[in-house]
Design a protein around this ligand. Structure first.
Ligand SMILES: [Zn+2]
Length: 433
């Protein structure tokens, strides 16, 4: 946590008690600024606005935003970083975040330090509002590919929010041992990872007694929430976000839905090209109000949700939503029975290649993985990419694992119509031991 993050946090918490009209005014002001900036400084949006004959000064309200065409993930993926990043900034000097999300198409999002600090403050707001205390010990179990946040030295010395990170790649037994050692008051992780640890706890007896558990990055179903909450005897508070925008919405203690961070994003719910009415399901489309380095306007996140006109009984003015569908990838199992979270496969095992357009990993049998690859047309040494990926996968899954690579034109959707990246035909109970 930096001083700048603390200042952002204080302003963000004040926003929760503003009048709705004040918040809307602030949102529109930020929206107009980002739209003007995108037109002026981002070649991708300059072209998009020109093609759609949009003058950025025409965008004066949230309603006006409808005039701007959507931005899809594949459009951003096809564009070069020079087209997506503000023309006065050098992409080499920025913080690069690679993500592939549920559809397995790697995408690079650029942010600067200022944006990263604001995003950290968004997370802290949700956590403090839900009872995080300054002296708490926080253990975060997550993907080591996403940068592990460290507290500044001055905060460490003062013992403020002592944070420990545990890698999701770590074996669940080791994760449990590390949790026991750290005795956290607060745990933050993915529902699937916590469910596995909770399973182990139930089998072996559990001495971890966190006060709060924050989840995110995957859809949290009621059964998993109840399982985690009752195992650890702690309240579970879920968050909704994505790598492109960081935290988008969060639950409060009333559990009536998720409060949308409308001071950092304009979230729309689109049904058949039109805005869905309150209570109606719609595809989630977001316009980020914070990241000036690589703005994303009317970006189709790929999840489905429901907006709500209801006011939360907690009194916070941020509007409510529900998240319905999102990432639904499977866990894989290593030869020695460890579970491998689907979340690690971004961009692993292809971190050194920009040439992989899409990939899908299917665990056909306990000892066989099939990796389907869609490779860019101008790709260089594909054999080398495959050899490197094979070495990484065998390291992770064990030496007897057969890994077959297949180059395909496109990744097919499964029977339910979902484009899944990680699929297992092996029971994960093989890994729960
Ligand atoms: Zn609330």
């Amino acid at each position: 946590m930096s001083l700048q993050t603390v200042l952002h946090l204080s302003r963000l918490r004040k926003n929760l008690r503003r009048k709705p009209s004040e918040l809307e005014k602030m949102q529109i002001k930020k929206l107009r600024a980002i739209v003007r900036h995108a037109y002026r400084d981002i070649p991708f949006y300059h072209r998009k606005f020109k093609n759609a004959r949009i003058d950025p000064d025409q965008i004066r309200s949230i309603e006006d935003l409808k005039k701007i065409p959507f931005t899809s993930r594949s459009e951003v993926q096809a564009a070069s970083s020079r087209e997506m990043v503000a023309s006065n900034l050098d992409p080499c000097r920025l913080v690069k975040r690679r993500t592939s999300g549920s559809v397995g198409q790697p995408l690079t999002v650029f942010v600067d330090e200022g944006t990263a600090r604001f995003e950290a403050a968004l997370w802290l707001r949700a956590m403090f509002e839900n009872g995080l205390r300054l002296r708490d010990k926080l253990v975060v179990i997550h993907d080591p590919a996403s940068k592990f946040l460290e507290n500044g030295k001055w905060l460490k010395n003062l013992g403020i929010i002592r944070r420990e990170n545990i890698s999701i790649l770590e074996d669940a037994k080791n994760q449990l041992a590390l949790l026991k050692k750290n005795e956290p008051e607060v745990i933050k992780s993915y529902p699937s990872a916590l469910a596995i640890i909770a399973n182990l706890c139930r089998a072996r007896g559990c001495s971890i007694k966190p006060r709060l558990i924050f989840t995110g990055a995957e859809l949290l179903d009621e059964a998993t929430r109840e399982f985690i909450s009752s195992t650890f005897d702690a309240e579970v508070l879920d968050n909704y976000g994505c790598n492109e925008f960081s935290l988008l919405a969060w639950e409060c203690g009333q559990h009536l839905g998720y409060h949308i961070n409308s001071d950092s994003v304009v979230m729309e719910f689109i049904n058949r090209g039109e805005r869905a009415a309150s209570g109606e399901r719609g595809e989630i489309v977001c316009t980020g109000l914070v990241n000036q380095v690589m703005p994303l306007i009317r970006y189709r996140v790929g999840d489905v949700g429901i907006s709500s006109d209801e006011q939360c009984s907690c009194g916070r003015i941020l509007p409510l939503m529900e998240v319905l569908e999102g990432r639904a990838d499977d866990f894989l199992v290593t030869l020695d029975g460890k579970l491998v979270s689907p979340l690690i496969f971004h961009p692993y095992p292809f971190e050194n290649s920009e040439w992989i357009k899409q990939f899908k990993i299917v665990q056909e049998k306990r000892d066989k993985l099939i990796v389907q690859l869609v490779i860019k047309e101008d790709a260089g040494d594909v054999a080398k990419i495959i050899t490197e990926a094979r070495v990484r996968l065998i390291e992770l899954f064990g030496t007897g694992m057969q890994v077959e690579f297949r180059t395909v034109k496109s990744i097919e959707r499964d029977a339910s119509g979902k484009l899944r990246k990680i699929v297992s035909h092996v029971s994960i109970n093989d890994g729960l031991h």
